[in-house]
Design a protein around this ligand. Structure first.
Ligand code: PEP
Length: 251
């Protein structure tokens, strides 16, 4: 039985005060049976973990593929994230792929670096609207996932999480239909199963892309959907908590 997981990706939003108050509200009211993980901006990780790391999981929105120590100005190593109490690292978010030109090989190296430092990677994959319209969704997912499986090995997916995030649904208000989501998730699971059927059955596959309180339950009720990666709606405690409650109701 895979435990539902809801993760909030705050991206580059907020202030220290806002971060502390948002996480305080989430920590106080999160439902019991659902795992909740927060990806705040880097500067707020340490105070948030000190305050609520006993109740919530925390992670970096990105992680360097390079080992420390090293001359990598501006980079944050996986070991540093682990050192301050992070359990997670988000890798391969479409905004990193798109705006920072991260390719599959670099994403795979980040996944492996996170794993090596003892972090749980949350690997984002997903197609553009053009790729979906051209019927290439499965080819894109295969390329993105295979690159990581080949580089890090299928064993590295034990406890890791895959987040299916169709790019056309991120921050657009257009959510993939439950059928589209289930189809993509089941395909992702089949790719993992080709490496190891047991690991495939245990790996949690989250959906991300304009999840809101109104649509969360129907998405999370799909057989291969184990929760969500939430952007915009994770910046409001009530909305995020309502999404966590929806996950709990589908557990
Ligand atoms: C995201 O940024 O990963 C995301 C899913 O954003 P949103 O929920 O706003 O679409």
């Amino acid at each position: 039985m895979r435990r539902k997981l809801v993760a909030g990706n705050w991206k580059m939003h907020g202030t220290r005060d806002m971060a502390l108050s948002l996480v305080r509200d989430i920590a106080a009211k999160q439902p019991d049976g659902t795992e909740v993980v927060v990806f705040p901006p880097f500067p707020y990780l340490d105070p948030l973990i000190r305050a609520h790391g006993d109740v919530l999981g925390f992670g970096g929105q990105d992680v360097s593929e390079h080992d420390q120590p090293g001359a990598w100005t501006g980079e944050i190593s996986a070991a540093m994230l682990e050192d301050i109490g992070c359990a997670w690292a988000l890798v391969g978010h479409s905004e990193r792929r798109q705006h920072h030109h991260e390719g599959n090989a670099q994403v795979a190296a980040k996944f492996a670096a996170a794993r090596q430092a003892g972090l749980l990677p949350m690997l984002c994959v997903g197609e553009t609207k053009e790729q979906r319209d051209a019927g290439c969704t499965e080819a894109v997912l295969t390329e993105q996932l295979s690159a990581v499986i080949e580089a890090a090995g299928i064993e590295a997916f034990r406890d890791a999480v895959v987040a299916y995030e169709p790019i056309w649904a991120i921050g657009t208000g257009t959510t993939a239909t439950p059928e589209q989501v289930q189809q993509a998730h089941s395909f992702i699971r089949s790719l993992l199963a080709a490496g190891d059927a047991k690991i495939s059955g245990l790996t949690r596959v989250l959906y991300g892309g304009s999840v809101k309180p109104a649509n969360a339950a129907v998405l999370f009720a799909q057989a291969d959907v184990d929760g969500g990666l939430i952007g915009g709606a994770s910046l409001t405690a009530d909305d995020f908590l309502a999404i966590c409650a929806a996950a709990q109701s589908c557990a």
